[in-house]
Design a binder for this molecule. Structure first.
Ligand code: F0G
Length: 459
């Protein structure tokens, strides 16, 4: 071929379609009020473009649907389990592979084994459920991202990295026996969907080995991370995403995986590791709550779909389109002067609401205010990653989150370029009227993960 085309096309064609939920602004105003200004409480058929999450929202392939029909629903030792186990082992290299119904089930099973009162779990950044499950055991969940990760305007190749110097320091200060687990979230969802470099995985792994502390990957978006390594880290451009993923997993002792992201399925996950003693304990806990360890809260057909999805996600044409199409949204917003977390992440573009709505203080949840305004304007649903999610109330005193972001997460293989063009157009309108956006206050909330259930009202 003498020329290289510039347009990145969706590497699939559409066989089955779903209508979008068109509503009027009047209707949306009512819906929003009824939902207590909490977008988790908005019925999905009142949403036009749903960028709330990339989790469990993928479109499955014809091959995955065919796999669903092939699922073996035997209670124990189902054929589908062995198909699933083989694929997971081939990618991760781990000995013990335990299916679970989603990522947080892996956390809930594993953290009581490794955590507990007086223990500390360190991550580049814990995702919200990861933090909540660690803290629920009584352990301290400590985030040690690199400093650049919080400088949202500055671009960088691997802003998902962990601060290795801070890690060594924390281990020394806390002394032996306190830090019981180190987690690298690939990509780093809480801080912009930014990738972690292979060098960082290796360096963190060395520190962990020196201190005899296990390192696990929170691998929800491992394939997107692997592709970023291929694009951005020297020495990897000629490697396949599968080879890169294998190398990433090889430096860790295990992983927690929400298959709802990079396994292209609507439900599922797994816990995988080399330590047979922990795996034995995990399976005992699993039987109590999730089910027998060859199905782990899933149907046999789900295991088939995960196995197929894990192979499909590593397709280079797909990953190229995925990373480019998310960046395309980022470029559109950047051109409008909307402050985004630079560079765009692997699964989402994050807007710096603190900067965009600088007239709204963190106490008034600028991220949530922007997410609500976006819904009201055009029925686009997004999610806040800021003080509603991570802010604390310490004895009546408000402690804001370190960031006020709005995440536009892109479901895999679901929306086309014109949907994204539409989102950018809506932002063009919001930019003009941003001074009219009102802050919010919490009027009802719960102690854990309040962003899912809280009720708010305009202030
Ligand atoms: N780890 C990471 C990095 C995640 O992003 C998530 C979920 C989980 C663990 C938990 O997995 O939902 O299958 O129980 N993230 C979703 C999101 C919910 O919207 O980012 P789960």
């Amino acid at each position: 071929m003498s020329w290289q085309w510039k347009t990145i096309i969706e590497p699939f064609k559409i066989k089955s379609v779903e209508p979008l939920g068109f509503t009027t602004e009047e209707e949306r105003e009512k819906v929003l009020k009824q939902a207590g200004y909490n977008l988790f409480k908005v019925p999905a058929d009142k949403v036009l473009i749903d960028l709330l999450t990339d989790s469990g929202t993928s479109a499955m392939s014809a091959e995955q649907w065919a796999g669903i029909m092939r699922g073996d629903e035997s209670y124990a030792g189902a054929r589908s389990y062995f198909t699933f186990e083989k694929v997971v082992r081939d990618i991760t290299g781990y000995k013990e592979i335990i299916p679970v119904h989603q990522g947080r089930a892996a956390e809930r099973i594993f953290f009581p084994i490794i955590g507990g009162k007086g223990k500390c779990i360190i991550a580049n950044s814990h995702f919200d459920t990861t933090r909540a499950n660690a803290e629920a055991t009584g352990a301290l969940a400590l985030d040690l991202p690199i400093k650049e990760a919080l400088d949202f305007e500055k671009s960088g190749a691997f802003k998902g990295d962990m601060d290795v110097v801070a890690l060594s320091k924390a281990l020394q200060e806390k002394g032996p026996g306190v830090v019981s687990l180190v987690i690298l979230t690939v990509t780093n969802n809480s801080l912009g969907g930014q990738p972690v470099s292979m060098k960082n995985i290796k360096d963190v792994s060395e520190v962990c080995k020196k201190h005899k502390i296990p390192l696990f990957l929170d691998a929800a978006r491992f394939a997107e991370n692997a592709y970023f390594i291929k694009l951005r880290e020297s020495g990897y451009s000629n490697k396949t995403p599968r080879e890169i993923a294998r190398e990433m997993f090889s430096y860790a002792d295990g992983c927690l995986m929400s298959a709802k992201k990079d396994a292209l399925v609507n439900i599922g996950g797994f816990l995988a590791m080399n330590n047979t003693e922990w795996a034995k304990q995990a399976k005992e806990i699993e039987i109590l709550g999730e089910g027998f360890p060859t199905y782990g809260g899933l149907a046999g057909r789900d295991l088939e779909a995960i196995a197929i999805g894990l192979n499909e996600i590593l397709d280079e044409e797909y990953l190229k389109y995925r990373i480019k199409s998310v960046a395309y949204l980022g470029e559109g917003l950047r051109k409008l002067g909307v402050p985004i977390v630079e560079p765009p992440g692997g699964h989402a573009v994050y807007i710096n609401a603190k900067k965009f709505l600088s007239n709204i203080t963190p106490e008034k949840f600028p991220g949530q205010a922007l997410a609500c305004a976006l819904y009201l304007k055009a029925g686009i649903r997004s999610s806040e990653i800021g003080s509603l999610m991570f802010g604390k109330n310490n004895n009546g005193k408000f402690v804001p989150a370190p960031m006020e972001l709005v995440r536009l997460a892109i479901p895999r293989r679901v929306y086309t370029q014109s949907h994204i063009d539409f989102v950018v157009e809506v932002f063009g309108e919001l930019v003009k009227k941003k001074d009219e956006i009102q802050g919010l206050k919490v009027i009802e909330s719960s102690p854990y993960l309040r962003h899912f259930t809280a009720k708010l009202a305009p202030v």
